[in-house]
Design a protein around this ligand. Sequence first.
Ligand code: ADP
Ligand code: MG
Length: 266
Amino acid sequence: MEHAAVGGVARADGLLLETSNLVVRFGGMTALDGVNFTLPHTDLRAIIGPNGAGKTTLFNVITGAIKPTEGHVFFAGRDISGLPPHRISQLGLSRSFQLTNIFPELTVQENVWLGINARKRAPWHPFTSGKERAVVSEELGRLCTDMGLADKMDANAGSLSHGDQRLLEIAIALSLNPRLLLLDEPTQGVSPQEVEVINGVIRDIAKTRGVMLIEHNMATVLNVAHVVTVLHYGKIIAEGTPAEVIEDPRVQEVYLGTARVSAPGR
Ligand SMILES: Nc1ncnc2c1ncn2[C@@H]1O[C@H](COP(=O)(O)OP(=O)(O)O)[C@@H](O)[C@H]1O
Ligand SMILES: [Mg+2]
């Protein structure tokens, strides 16, 4: 079995992502309270839970935006706890950025091109070979086509609909060619038709890579996720298929504030 060690701690390379006893405190406030989470190499996982449950904090600590107070994060068997975000993204873990990371005055293809260029870490210059330019342009076209943005490649990003901007964010995250993609509320503020498009894109992406999404839209969770993890006050309180999780009394209590009435008239 393959092992890799960073920072002196090694794990078997049997999982794409694993956290062990992850704790994050902000002053006296505990945002993550001993999270033991595992993700196999291909999974489409939804992270759900009420506001303040710790979902975004979990993403922040996985992607290196914040350091864990205690515990470890392993990515493909390597301990990545405390590595800076750019190192973690180079290892193949990328996150959809919020709208502020799109350059609205640049075109769709310029935005995606910047992502590809960041991955290659060899800035384009006037003497870039024609072959290399053709490779990049092929990749650019494929990413835009996969996101349904092929006919909008020359449009300014700022002129796109909200849904198309979310798709552009996903294209930029994918331009880093990650093994694991993290999406924080990818359908937030998007029209119902666009939600369908985004759901389809997420399903396609998950055929070849791991995907974790934070999602409030229950229809998306039920239609898209293979497995759902429920966070509440920084702890995992339930995990299973979407059908299992919505039937779980602890989950119903968290969402409805009371056990669900199971039969009419009671
Ligand atoms: N940078 C921070 N500083 C202080 N408190 C924070 C910070 N980030 C998150 N929190 C707190 O941690 C808790 C979990 O937040 P968050 O992870 O954003 O929840 P969720 O994404 O599930 O809504 C909340 O109580 C929030 O106020
Ligand atoms: Mg959040």
